[in-house]
Write a new protein. Sequence first.
Length: 234
Amino acid sequence: MPSIGKIAVVTGGASGIGKATVERLSAAGATVICADIDVTAGQKMVSEAGNNSGAIDFLKLDLTDDDQILEFANDVIEKYGKLDILVNAAGGGDIEPFIKNDPKRFDWNVALNYLGPVKLTHAFLPAMSEAKEGKIVYVASDAGRVGSGGETVYAGAKGGIIAFAKSLAREVARFKINVNCVCPGPTDTPLLQTRPEKMLEALISAIPLHRFAKPEEIANAIQFFADADSDYIT
């Protein structure tokens, strides 16, 4: 069990890639705090955790609320004394041409997909730096690498996370903290299934394997970056 004794936080942990990551890290022996805005889904996950090797806890977190971010980080460190693994998996956005976007949604999109993870990292970094070890993983998106029509602001925010992770990795390497991103393409999550059928068909036709990724497949990559096998990757 490579993660026995480790304390992990996974944002967006109540569904999709985040949920699969909570389950994967817990199965590897970590104690995992599932952080999500959906209290019902988060509590259900804890109650259904069963006999996973590591414990699963739930704490509510709204990444667009600065006060909640600071309170959440303080609560985790106060209760567990440390944080070994931070996985920023929460995210989302609107699908429509940029010209039709409501400018009032820009701040929400950037807060959820960029500033929220940045601020959460900032809140945990003093404790991780003092411990002289840690793993930080961001779930960015292929949209942040190559762009995505209909997700312009979302793609911009995810591109920002990629650049932020590269820069942070340089700063915190001296503390033996590894910082990495995974950039999934379309993944079979509850959020994806809210998209129009024609859009889903078009997405599948553009994927060489002609299927969406499974959340568990993305979680496997996150697990790699969260354990000792990736100690020389940042």
